[in-house]
Design a protein around this ligand. Structure first.
Ligand code: DGL
Length: 285
């Protein structure tokens, strides 16, 4: 009797975020690994994660990881800086497959790219409060003997502005100035977009800080996943990438942002209940 052994390349890659932000990561993943299958979970019922306690963020992360493991994924990308900052250790503990977070790849890219050694970090309150970026930058800079000054700022209002597609609204320019003008005095030359929602506001941020070099954590994390799994050397299995989208609540902006961000004709997201996610979380306890 012959059976077909399951090889790693026919398994999907799991990706999750609190909402639409992770779509900015999925865009890079699809572009770089265009023959892969992806399962994306946007926890739209509970966004934002960034104002919640570390305990709650870890609880949600456990549920999202277990939900994705149910698809027999070959890797998980935590396309959320907040969950990466607060729960990467937990995700790696419960996952039998590699888990890629957002913080370390972006920190390394920023340290490599800065010319004057002055880096700004923006993120949610939870990410900035965790000091995960400062630690990752300090570790990496130390390892390559480079001196870096880091300046951090929580920008919580950027998440709803991105979710509402408000980047071009005049009110957003005022909010961006309020959050970002200190970075001009600090003379940073590199700014880490330490929240995956923020690339959706890239033009707004560049208008506020002209000439700054922006680090997109999704791009850095994609490079890390690609090199870890050596996926590029595996045979193609699809002519086009396959994407399955799940959300925990109806999100009107989700579909339009997904289409604009990814640029493909994506399927409608499938709604899963919070109870389902809760059960997934319990199954891993
Ligand atoms: N996009 C997420 C991040 O990268 C979280 C935003 C939120 O839910 O507060 O941090």
């Amino acid at each position: 009797m012959s059976s077909t052994p399951q090889t790693s390349h026919i398994q999907p890659i799991g990706v999750f975020d609190s909402g639409v932000g992770g779509l900015t990561v999925l865009r890079h993943l699809i572009h770089t690994m265009s023959s892969e299958e992806f399962v994306y979970l946007g926890d739209t019922a509970r966004v934002p994660y960034g104002n919640k306690s570390p305990e709650t963020i870890r609880h949600y992360t456990r549920q999202c990881v277990n939900f994705l493991l149910g698809f027999d994924v070959k890797a998980i990308v935590i396309a959320c800086n907040t969950a990466s900052a607060l729960a990467l250790d937990l995700a790696r503990e419960i996952s039998p497959v590699p888990v890629i977070g957002m913080i370390h790849p972006a920190a390394a890219t920023a340290v490599q790219q800065t010319q004057n050694g002055k880096i700004g970090i923006i993120g949610t309150r939870a990410t900035i409060g965790s000091h995960a970026y400062e630690l990752a930058i300090s570790d990496y800079a130390h390892s390559i003997k480079k001196h870096i000054d880091v300046y951090s700022k929580a920008c919580p209002l950027f998440v709803p502005l991105a979710e509402e597609d408000f980047g071009e609204h005049p009110a957003s320019a005022l909010i961006a100035k309020e959050y970002l003008q200190d970075f001009i005095d600090k003379e940073i030359d590199t700014l880490v977009l330490g929240c995956t929602h923020y690339p959706l506001l890239k033009d707004l941020i560049l208008r506020t800080l002209p000439g700054i070099s922006l680090i997109d954590c999704g791009e850095s994390a994609t490079n890390e996943l690609s090199s870890i799994m050596n996926i590029n050397n595996q045979p193609n299995i699809n002519t086009f990438p396959t994407v399955r989208l799940f959300t925990t609540d109806t999100a009107q902006s989700f579909t339009s942002i997904a289409k604009r961000c990814i640029g493909l004709d994506l399927p409608e997201p499938i709604l899963i209940s919070q109870e389902t996610l809760e059960e997934q979380g319990l199954s891993g306890l």
